[in-house]
Design a protein around this ligand. Structure first.
Ligand code: FAD
Length: 525
């Protein structure tokens, strides 16, 4: 088989597939090399526990993807190749002690009633927030899809200025930089309303007091309320497969189970890659790596790069890890607080914002959190295709978890190897859920725990189980992602580009980095 290509892409994450679609469309011959046996990276579906039960191993909510350029440009082809959408009209909710809960529906009247139960002021604040979102989202979302820095971005801010006016534009910038706690304290008064919105920033690794957290709390909660929380029917893997099929039909080649060990550089230009099994593949025009900055340095070799650049890549900061528990069950989870919580896509249990703050400080001390935020995703209640009739699959995302453990904040779990600690950690999590859903223990058929270490083993970009590919704190965001001066997907080696969640605009299935990297390459080649 002849694998010579114009462009070699390292890794088959959704950003790689996105870039490949645009590069292929422009007439380039693309070869994708992927370490794993299937494409998708942090967006894979597998029947890891039992046949007939489909688990999204990582990403499950595809709302960001549906707002992406690549979906806009290729949606017909994706749908012709097996991709379909199913949206939850009960996107998310929280449970609290004393059988209390708060839910967000796509139905505005029902949602307002939820806030009213805690505070009339908060009900008005929610309405105001949705109104604000509706006003600013046509300006906000494009920011996350434009190269930075760029004339296009400058022009976009000109458009914001024309559309919103000077003071409103600066206010929007303020929102982009505000910590979640401040954003929520300015608007809401009840602990329950704040608990409802604050977990979204923590999905991104931003605790309530980290600058920038408000953006994700605002975007995700408002978008889910207005559009529903979307899943890929039958599993996120079906979306990835559809992208892969479109690529294969266009001639893109895939080599799976192939770890790239070196990038071949001649006279300062990337000309191909070497793989761990000893093969060399030539790229006539360019190489695109969906790898972290740290791996970039390893693949290129630090002697090819300036000392300062190497230092910035090596000190690229990863955030806290995540621990995942996948379950198959004999029935749905029955929540004490409300019957219909069983149909809510994500149930968050911290229970309060203060618990997220505590967790953050515990994980910074490398301790197993005593009371971590749990994100309970009930996929098969929204998408029954994922499990045999009457049975269910779901995951529990334990957010967040230390990359390395030196102690237990609750002083109960004996510190040992990750494998030794899986069972007691799982018990802590299930017991926490049991306080709100007493049937949980009785319905579990099988469970598997994936530690931060397991996440990285499966996808080397999830360093220390960091699900967002590097901290999204403000010093490593916007034009400083991944490295100041290198946020436009180019790298110091000619014809060698970077994509993926370590690059702007960061984590999530937004496909923006893949799209923008391809646009930069098409401009240069
Ligand atoms: C637990 C979890 C839950 C999440 N939930 C959501 C969610 O619900 N919604 C959402 O929008 N986002 C979610 N995310 C984030 C989202 O999954 C990621 O932002 C996104 O998948 C990243 O895509 P990517 O293409 O940038 O990189 P990745 O998906 O990380 O893909 C990189 C690929 O490159 C391969 N690779 C790396 N190095 C090499 C090498 N040297 N040789 C060969 N192959 C290599 C890897 O194996 C991998 O397949 C979640 C992430 C995690 C971990």
């Amino acid at each position: 088989m002849n694998y010579d290509a114009d462009i070699i892409i390292i890794g088959a994450g959704h950003n790689s597939l996105t870039a490949a679609l645009y590069l292929q469309q422009a007439g380039h011959k693309v070869l994708i090399l992927e370490k794993a046996d299937v494409s998708g990276g942090a967006a894979k579906t597998s029947d890891i526990l039992e046949k007939g039960f489909k688990h999204d191993l990582y990403a499950t909510n595809i709302g960001q993807f549906l707002g992406s350029r690549v979906y806009d440009d290729f949606k017909d082809q994706f749908h012709q190749n097996g991709f379909d959408i199913v949206a939850a009209n009960q996107p998310f909710g929280n449970v609290f002690p004393d059988k209390k809960c708060i839910r967000v529906y796509t139905d505005p009247v029902k949602t307002i009633q939820e806030f009213e139960r805690f505070s009339s002021k908060d009900a008005r604040a929610w309405n105001d927030m949705i109104e604000y979102f509706t006003k600013v989202s046509p300006y906000l979302f494009p920011i996350l899809q434009l190269p930075i820095p760029s004339l296009k971005m400058l022009f976009h801010f000109w458009k914001i200025y024309r559309g919103l006016g000077y003071r409103e534009m600066l206010d929007l910038v303020r929102v982009l930089l505000t910590p979640t706690r401040q954003f929520l304290d300015e608007r809401f008064e009840s602990a329950e309303a704040k608990a409802l919105l604050s977990p979204w920033a923590f999905h991104l690794g931003l605790s309530p007091d980290c600058a920038g957290g408000a953006t994700f709390s605002l975007l995700e909660s408002a978008a889910d309320h207005l559009n529903g929380l979307a899943l890929s029917k039958g599993g996120v893997g079906n979306l990835i497969q559809a992208m892969e099929s479109v690529l294969k039909q266009g001639g893109t080649q895939f080599l799976m189970g192939t770890m790239v060990s070196d990038i071949v550089v001649k006279k300062g230009i990337a000309v191909g890659v070497k793989t761990a099994d000893g093969h060399t593949y030539h790229a006539k025009k360019a190489v695109l790596g969906n790898v972290t900055p740290r791996q970039y340095v390893e693949l290129v070799g630090q002697d090819q790069l300036a000392e300062k650049f190497v230092k910035r890549c090596k000190t690229y900061q990863f955030g806290p890890g995540t621990l995942m528990i996948h379950l198959t069950t004999d029935g749905p989870i029955k929540w004490d607080a409300a019957k219909d919580l069983t149909d809510t896509a994500y149930v968050h249990i911290a229970p309060y914002m203060s618990d997220i703050s505590d967790t953050y400080s515990q994980i910074m001390k490398h301790q197993i959190p005593s009371d971590p935020l749990l994100v309970v995703a009930q996929q098969s209640k929204i998408d029954p295709d994922r499990a045999p009739e009457g049975k269910h699959v779901g995951w529990i995302q334990v957010r967040a978890f230390p990359q390395k453990i030196t102690g237990d904040a609750a002083g109960k779990i004996k510190i040992g190897s990750w494998n030794d600690m899986k069972e007691p950690i799982c018990n802590r999590v299930i017991e926490k859920i049991e306080q709100y859903a007493p049937n949980i223990k009785g319905i579990i058929r099988k469970a598997v725990v994936h530690t931060p270490q397991d996440l990285e083993k499966d996808d080397p970009n999830l360093v220390g189980g960091d699900m967002v590919g590097g901290t999204h704190h403000m010093h490593q965001f916007f034009f400083n992602r991944p490295v100041s001066g290198w946020s436009r997907y180019k790298t110091p080696i000619k014809r060698l580009y970077l994509t993926g969640q370590s690059t702007w605009p960061g984590c999530g299935m937004n496909a923006a980095s893949g799209n923008l990297a391809a646009m930069q390459m098409l401009k240069d080649l």
